[in-house]
Write a protein that binds this ligand. Structure first.
Ligand code: ASC
Length: 127
Protein backbone atom coordinates (compact mmCIF):
# COMPACT_ATOMS: atom_id res chain seq x y z
CA UNK A 1 0.00 0.00 0.00
CA UNK A 2 1.38 3.40 -0.97
CA UNK A 3 1.22 5.75 1.99
CA UNK A 4 1.37 9.52 1.62
CA UNK A 5 3.82 11.21 4.02
CA UNK A 6 1.00 13.50 5.21
CA UNK A 7 -1.12 10.49 6.18
CA UNK A 8 1.81 8.87 7.98
CA UNK A 9 2.37 12.10 9.93
CA UNK A 10 -1.31 12.28 10.92
CA UNK A 11 -1.30 8.61 11.86
CA UNK A 12 1.70 8.75 14.17
CA UNK A 13 0.60 12.08 15.69
CA UNK A 14 -2.78 10.51 16.45
CA UNK A 15 -1.14 7.60 18.23
CA UNK A 16 1.16 9.89 20.22
CA UNK A 17 -1.76 12.21 21.10
CA UNK A 18 -3.82 9.33 22.43
CA UNK A 19 -0.81 8.17 24.44
CA UNK A 20 -0.30 11.65 25.90
CA UNK A 21 -4.00 11.82 26.80
CA UNK A 22 -3.80 8.72 28.97
CA UNK A 23 -0.25 9.29 30.23
CA UNK A 24 -1.24 12.79 31.32
CA UNK A 25 -4.08 11.51 33.51
CA UNK A 26 -1.78 8.84 34.91
CA UNK A 27 0.76 11.54 35.71
CA UNK A 28 -1.84 13.56 37.57
CA UNK A 29 -2.54 10.50 39.73
CA UNK A 30 1.16 9.79 40.31
CA UNK A 31 1.74 13.40 41.32
CA UNK A 32 -1.30 13.43 43.61
CA UNK A 33 -3.10 16.08 41.59
CA UNK A 34 -5.93 13.62 41.05
CA UNK A 35 -7.21 10.84 43.30
CA UNK A 36 -5.48 7.56 42.54
CA UNK A 37 -7.94 5.05 41.08
CA UNK A 38 -6.03 1.79 40.69
CA UNK A 39 -8.43 0.25 38.19
CA UNK A 40 -8.57 3.35 36.00
CA UNK A 41 -4.80 3.81 36.18
CA UNK A 42 -4.25 0.19 35.19
CA UNK A 43 -6.68 0.47 32.26
CA UNK A 44 -4.85 3.54 30.97
CA UNK A 45 -1.45 1.90 31.43
CA UNK A 46 -2.62 -1.02 29.26
CA UNK A 47 -3.83 1.38 26.58
CA UNK A 48 -0.52 3.25 26.58
CA UNK A 49 1.41 -0.02 26.33
CA UNK A 50 -0.63 -1.05 23.29
CA UNK A 51 -0.49 2.41 21.69
CA UNK A 52 3.30 2.50 22.03
CA UNK A 53 3.47 -0.17 19.31
CA UNK A 54 1.67 1.99 16.76
CA UNK A 55 3.72 5.07 15.80
CA UNK A 56 6.79 3.33 14.40
CA UNK A 57 5.26 2.40 11.07
CA UNK A 58 4.33 6.04 10.51
CA UNK A 59 8.00 7.09 10.28
CA UNK A 60 8.34 6.67 6.54
CA UNK A 61 10.68 8.31 4.01
CA UNK A 62 9.59 11.83 3.10
CA UNK A 63 7.68 12.39 6.35
CA UNK A 64 10.21 14.69 8.04
CA UNK A 65 9.09 17.94 6.43
CA UNK A 66 5.77 19.77 6.51
CA UNK A 67 3.34 19.56 9.41
CA UNK A 68 5.64 17.59 11.67
CA UNK A 69 8.02 18.13 14.58
CA UNK A 70 9.86 14.92 13.73
CA UNK A 71 13.47 15.73 12.79
CA UNK A 72 15.42 14.26 9.86
CA UNK A 73 17.83 12.97 12.54
CA UNK A 74 15.40 10.05 12.81
CA UNK A 75 16.49 8.79 9.40
CA UNK A 76 20.15 9.65 9.99
CA UNK A 77 20.23 7.80 13.32
CA UNK A 78 17.61 5.19 12.55
CA UNK A 79 18.98 2.44 14.82
CA UNK A 80 19.08 4.79 17.78
CA UNK A 81 15.52 5.94 17.07
CA UNK A 82 14.26 2.41 16.69
CA UNK A 83 16.02 1.48 19.93
CA UNK A 84 14.23 4.32 21.70
CA UNK A 85 10.86 3.22 20.37
CA UNK A 86 11.56 -0.34 21.48
CA UNK A 87 12.56 0.92 24.92
CA UNK A 88 9.22 2.76 25.05
CA UNK A 89 7.38 -0.46 24.21
CA UNK A 90 9.29 -2.34 26.92
CA UNK A 91 8.95 0.32 29.61
CA UNK A 92 5.24 0.86 29.02
CA UNK A 93 4.74 -2.92 29.26
CA UNK A 94 6.54 -2.89 32.63
CA UNK A 95 4.36 0.01 33.79
CA UNK A 96 1.18 -1.81 32.72
CA UNK A 97 2.31 -4.91 34.63
CA UNK A 98 3.32 -3.01 37.75
CA UNK A 99 0.06 -1.01 37.64
CA UNK A 100 -1.85 -4.23 38.38
CA UNK A 101 -0.30 -4.27 41.86
CA UNK A 102 -1.97 -0.99 42.79
CA UNK A 103 1.21 -0.23 44.74
CA UNK A 104 2.21 3.38 44.15
CA UNK A 105 5.69 2.71 45.52
CA UNK A 106 6.30 0.45 42.52
CA UNK A 107 4.23 2.45 40.04
CA UNK A 108 6.01 5.75 40.61
CA UNK A 109 9.48 4.61 39.44
CA UNK A 110 8.01 2.65 36.52
CA UNK A 111 6.05 5.73 35.48
CA UNK A 112 9.22 7.82 35.78
CA UNK A 113 11.11 5.46 33.47
CA UNK A 114 8.44 5.84 30.79
CA UNK A 115 8.53 9.64 31.11
CA UNK A 116 12.31 9.59 30.75
CA UNK A 117 11.98 7.47 27.64
CA UNK A 118 9.50 9.95 26.11
CA UNK A 119 11.82 12.83 26.89
CA UNK A 120 14.94 11.06 25.64
CA UNK A 121 13.54 10.74 22.15
CA UNK A 122 11.99 14.20 22.16
CA UNK A 123 15.38 15.74 23.04
CA UNK A 124 17.05 13.98 20.13
CA UNK A 125 14.41 13.64 17.50
CA UNK A 126 11.63 16.20 18.05
CA UNK A 127 11.81 19.88 17.11
C1 ASC B 1 3.73 13.47 28.91
C2 ASC B 1 3.78 13.84 27.55
C3 ASC B 1 5.03 13.65 27.11
C4 ASC B 1 5.84 13.09 28.18
C5 ASC B 1 7.08 13.84 28.46
C6 ASC B 1 7.82 13.24 29.61
O1 ASC B 1 2.76 13.48 29.63
O2 ASC B 1 2.79 14.32 26.82
O3 ASC B 1 5.48 13.88 25.92
O4 ASC B 1 4.99 13.06 29.32
O5 ASC B 1 6.79 15.17 28.73
O6 ASC B 1 9.01 13.91 29.82
Amino acid sequence: IAVEPEDAINYRQGAFSAMAWHFGTMGAMVKGKMDYDAEDFSRRAEIVAQLSKLPMEGFIPGSYTGETDALPAIEQEWDKFEGGMNTLIENTAVLAEVAKSGDMDQIKPAFGEVGKTCKGCHDNFKD
